[in-house]
Design a protein around this ligand. Structure first.
Ligand SMILES: [Zn+2]
Length: 171
């Protein structure tokens, strides 16, 4: 049984309704929106979210599955143009035991750069060579609150970042 995180109201639904300015919109499709992630562990990291409030991959329709991947590829192309990253990482969490924090489907698309600090991200990220932690070092969660504070971008920065990515989207 997959345990879902609790968040009421849902911050992504609030963002789509325009009640949460930090979720600046980059791209829109029939089934998805691409938004900037308010926590910028990497500059430009964003999420493809479903318009429908569903929690996990398991609840997506076939059309939504396809739309998510199409939107992810579009924004990945924009991120490559905008930031010339070392790599593009995509990931998606289902349930609290996989690190899901918001009960609304979101697919992360992240431009990887050297020197980034992903201490509270998925474990594979924390061991990224050159990201500031030695491979195999266990995560010390005592600094998570400060880390989260440090990577939280202000609304104006998010709007600016979203605009840059948007201007690099393919036709
Ligand atoms: Zn929602």
């Amino acid at each position: 049984m997959i345990e879902l995180p609790l968040r009421d109201p849902c911050d992504l639904c609030e963002g789509m309704a325009g009640r949460e300015e930090r979720w600046a919109i980059i791209d829109e499709g029939e089934f998805t929106l691409t938004v900037i992630n308010p926590w910028q562990f990497e500059i430009g990291q964003c999420c493809v979210i479903t318009r429908r409030h569903v929690a996990t991959l398991l609840e997506l329709s076939r059309q939504e599955c396809a739309a998510v991947m199409v939107a992810a590829k579009r924004v990945a192309e924009a991120l490559v143009r905008a930031y010339q990253p070392l790599g593009i990482l995509t990931f998606q969490n289902n349930g609290v035991y996989s690190g899901q924090e918001t009960p609304h489907f979101h697919f992360h698309v992240v431009p990887r750069q050297p020197g980034s600090d992903w201490g509270i991200g998925p474990p594979q990220l924390a061991t990224f060579d050159g990201a500031g932690r030695r491979r195999g070092t266990p995560h010390d969660s005592s600094g998570d609150a400060q880390r989260r504070e440090r990577v939280r971008a202000c609304a104006s920065q998010l709007v600016e970042t979203a605009a840059l990515i948007r201007s690099n989207l393919p036709e």
